[in-house]
Write a protein that binds this ligand. Sequence first.
Ligand code: SF4
Length: 333
Amino acid sequence: MTDWHWLFGDQLGPHFLAPGTGGPTRDSQVVMIEARSVFRRRRFHRAKAHLVLSAMRHRAAELGGRVRYIRAETYREGLYEALGDASVTVHHPTSRAALGLVRSLEQVRLLPARGFLVPQEAFAAWADERGAGRLRQEDFYRWVRHALGLLVDGDSPAGGRWNHDHANRERPPRGASTLGAPEPYRPDEDDTHHIPRLMLLGSHALQRGWDPRQVTDWFHRCFVAGYDWVMLPNVTGMSQYADGGRMTTKPYTSGGAYIHRMSDLCEGCAYRPGDRAGDRACPFTTGYWSFAHRHRDLLAANQRTARAVQGLDRLGNLEEVLATDRRWDEEAP
Ligand code: SF4
């Protein structure tokens, strides 16, 4: 009887087919399905769609006669077309939707995830031990480094520090020439690094109170990099604080003065990072105070953000700041 194994489009690395306990064997036949419904369910960045489809087709070409490659409307239809009711194994998919699907299909036997350093059960045990509200990424990284002996000297971090957060708060060196990049250097869309995504785009969405689900969807649509398992913790959790603070210690947002200190973006801007009212008020600055005002109670109760509320109380022209911010809400600054 043929032994079938199903590969999703983000399971193309050789380790997904490496023979191992309970997984596919060297003789397993492989099924791959291009489901049009996946691209219809959510708008994709065009380059990301190309990347995924091209990667799947190249992998299928590598596997040659070992693979049955199906184009179908849905995964369910594709699987039926490929195998009828025959049994098939699959490694734990990386999205909740795909996981729900494979669990609902009787012919599918679910195997543990591959491609992660930490098995799911180990993460679950760690999370249970700590409890909701204390799932800090920093603690998890330290635990993983200890457990796997990565970048540690005995009990201490290699190099004496667990992280470089302190250095990251320093003003970066100015000028593209320091990076060896030609002038004028402007990153293209997918070079937009994690920090501008978090510090500018995510911060703006948070300040404006946009729906976190739609913001996450927007990131999916606009960037080539990023899958659910990355976007959900980073956008929904870290950037939009929409998990209520389970993973991070505070909402991540700032006014224009911080952006000015940490970047060269404000030079030449029509707005002034230090202005919080009037025609030249920086929308990040008004947005910051408006956000602090709306969430005063929550921020006052958190020792990492209590100072923002104290600052709010010292402003003296809060009503004017809020009025300016409402203006930026209605007309693009
Ligand atoms: S001053 Fe301009 S560039 Fe600087 S943070 Fe404000 S809007 Fe952005």
